[in-house]
Design a protein around this ligand. Structure first.
Ligand code: ZN
Length: 131
């Protein structure tokens, strides 16, 4: 959890207690009812934000355009497993292994070479790191 997320959680908790105290003061609700309502509203908001975030991330294709630029994510065919990673083959005949956020090109000699990686904006980017 980043410092920003921790600050947001702390700020939300402080706001929840202030709102709960105001609800108890203004509407005569018990503080426990006020706190319960604020927690339920907070959880609903977190659920909605999580759903929006997962929807945005799901727009990223599960596999990048192949190295030849001809095949899209649904043109790949699952052909096996290599070093514990699923191996995909595009229509061009190139093989790739998915390893976490990385999509590695499998060479003819069986060695792997960095190809694409899911970057900071949750999109496929050229993988410039070494294995
Ligand atoms: Zn291809």
């Amino acid at each position: 959890m980043s410092i920003i997320n921790m600050a947001l959680v702390l700020l939300t908790a402080i706001c929840a207690f202030i709102i709960a105290a105001l609800m108890a003061e203004i509407w005569g609700l018990g503080e426990y009812i006020g706190i319960s309502l604020v927690i339920v509203i907070y959880l609903c908001l977190v659920g909605i934000l999580t759903l929006i975030q997962s929807t945005l991330h799901s727009r990223r294709p599960p596999r990048p355009v192949c190295e030849d630029g001809q095949c899209h994510w649904n043109d790949y065919r699952l052909v096996g497993c290599h070093s514990g990673n699923l191996v995909w083959k595009c229509r061009c005949g190139n093989k790739y292994a998915k390893s976490g956020k990385r999509f590695l090109k499998l060479r003819e000699d069986g060695r792997r070479r960095p190809f694409m990686v899911i970057g900071g904006h949750h999109r496929w980017e050229p993988d410039t790191r070494n294995l």
